[in-house]
Design a protein. Structure first.
Length: 103
């Protein structure tokens, strides 16, 4: 019987192939707070854990940050925190957003 070799996939490498046309004037995701450090830590940690593009971050000092520019448009953040942190989530305007290029 032939031995099967495991296939390894580097997700970061695949995501880096994508092209992003960011709409700087019309963010498709908006959060409920201007100052993210005021956001509930537990709720924000949900976003940090579930976002496959790692758009939600907490640095070493505990400061929270968010940038919609690398969004994969999966909608996970909307489903996870639409009633708490995510104020607006909609698909980007035509010709904007992610263009998947898996090599």
């Amino acid at each position: 019987m032939k031995e099967l070799k495991p296939i390894t996939v580097n997700v970061d490498e695949l995501i880096s192939l994508n092209h992003y046309n960011v709409d700087e004037e019309n963010a498709h995701i908006e959060l409920d707070h201007e100052n993210l450090d005021e956001v509930d830590d537990t709720e924000f940690q949900k976003l940090v854990r579930v976002c496959p593009a790692a758009l939600y971050k907490v640095d070493e000092e505990g400061h929270k940050s968010f940038d919609y520019a690398g969004c994969l448009e999966c909608g996970t953040c909307r489903i996870c925190c639409e009633d708490t942190i995510v104020k607006k989530w909609e698909m980007p305007q035509p010709t904007m957003g992610v263009e998947y290029r898996f090599g």
